[in-house]
Design a protein around this ligand. Structure first.
Ligand code: CAA
Length: 378
């Protein structure tokens, strides 16, 4: 396993202790009843994870990015729904605000996000614009000191709970990717509505739904970056959040491995624990080797980011590798649990369902192949 510094280890232990006390006892119930528990989310925020990696001038602790990554992975081991709720705020909202936000935007939106006082949301995806992110159809037309937004977004995490949304809309329909701009929309704006929650296969403890914009007047001061910079801002934010997805996926797999080890030591068949069968040992060994490799990929991307090197490629590589690994390892865990693995009263079914989306969201793994493949052939 990749060695952690004393600070990184302290964060891991802090999140682990919190999760054992407040998250683990209720996660199966909250998952089955599909409860987004805002009080629990606020408690997670109050732990200080949102502050870890941001500069002190924005209310952060100015600690290293890997500590944040480790804390997020630890949270995902217990409840991946909580982890994605937080990861969207940090990777997809704070990250672009720090780089592209004006002083006023940092004061109004970044500081409350870093303080954990509000949640953030990132609205890029539309019904006809998933992997093809430059195909967004939501329109923003400048009228005096405002932009008027019209359109719809789909599958937006933290919808209905967020205090600010970064919304991508076309300002120049003829200019393709260069005609997209990013806007900060707040829930109090007239004409902005949130649809009912989407029924999903997993991540039942988070929230996700569509958004509608009908003549929403967004102050020009809420334009993030310059007009036409929206696509670049989205890709920049996704680079960071893809490391977050890799951390979540690795956390899910580590949890599945730990559950499988504990279960196979207890479960007796044919007169001995499953762990005494060579097949079980080989399965567990394969799972552990893959988890170890994923941790190396995750830390490789995290170190690139923490040490100021370009990380678009290592983030995409880690996102694909760790999420494919998580799908495989959680599926093996379900198999080792046998019939109990298929039952939602045991933890591994949930881990397997949640692993699936890590191969899909924040850019499908095929989009990651486009990023990596494109860089090889440039
Ligand atoms: N950072 C900054 N700029 C970037 C960039 C990056 N990582 N990647 C590309 N760009 C810029 C390029 O420099 C280029 O600009 P120029 O023309 O000025 O050089 C422009 O963007 C276009 O670049 P490419 O042609 O290389 O990129 P592309 O358009 O071919 O990318 C794609 C294709 C990889 C499929 C990309 O569209 C993509 O990643 N799609 C997936 C979208 C996605 O991840 N959606 C997730 C939604 S959010 C979500 O899932 C959240 C949630 O639910 C929790």
């Amino acid at each position: 396993m990749h060695p952690l510094t004393a600070t990184q280890k302290a964060w891991q232990e802090k999140v682990n202790a919190f999760c054992r006390e407040f998250v683990k006892p209720t996660v199966i119930e909250r998952d089955q009843a599909q409860i987004f528990d805002r009080q629990l989310v606020d408690k997670v925020m109050a732990l200080g994870i949102p502050q870890i990696a941001w500069p002190k001038e924005y209310g952060g602790l100015g600690e290293d990015y890997i500590s944040y990554m480790v804390a997020l992975k630890e949270l995902a081991k217990f409840d991946d729904g909580l982890a994605i709720t937080l990861s969207v705020c940090m990777g997809l909202c704070c990250e672009p605000l720090v780089r592209f936000g004006t002083d006023e935007q940092k004061e109004k939106f970044l500081k409350p996000l870093v303080a954990g006082k509000i949640l953030g949301s990132f609205a890029l995806t539309e019904k006809e614009a998933g992997t093809d992110a430059s195909g967004v159809q939501t329109m923003a037309v400048k009228e005096g000191d405002f932009y008027v937004l019209n359109g719809q977004k789909t599958y937006i995490t933290n919808s209905g709970e967020a205090g600010m949304y970064i919304v991508f809309a076309k300002t120049d329909p003829e200019a393709g990717a260069k005609g997209i701009s990013a806007f900060i929309v707040t829930p109090d704006m007239d004409g902005f509505t949130v649809e009912k929650r989407d029924p999903m296969m997993g991540l039942h403890t988070s929230t996700c739904s569509g958004l509608n914009f009908k003549d929403v007047k967004v102050p020009a001061a809420n334009l993030l970056g310059n007009e036409g910079e929206g696509y670049k801002i989205a890709m920049y934010a996704l680079d960071s959040s893809r490391i977050g997805v890799a951390a979540q996926a690795t956390g899910l797999a580590e949890a599945a491995l730990a559950h499988a080890i504990a279960y196979t030591k207890e479960r007796v068949q044919f007169g001995k624990p499953l762990s005494k069968f060579q097949n079980t040992q080989f399965q567990l060994a394969d799972m552990a080797i893959k988890v170890e490799a994923a941790n190396l990929m995750l830390h490789n991307a995290g170190r690139d980011k923490a040490e100021g090197r370009p990380y678009t490629i290592s983030a995409s590589m880690a996102k694909k590798f760790c999420s494919d690994m998580a799908m495989e390892v959680t599926t093996k865990a379900v198999q080792l649990f046998g019939g109990y693995g298929f039952c939602e009263d045991y933890p591994v079914a949930r881990l397997m369902r949640n692993a699936k989306v890590t191969q899909i969201y924040e850019g499908t793994n095929e989009a990651q192949q486009m990023v990596v493949g494109g860089s090889l052939l440039r």
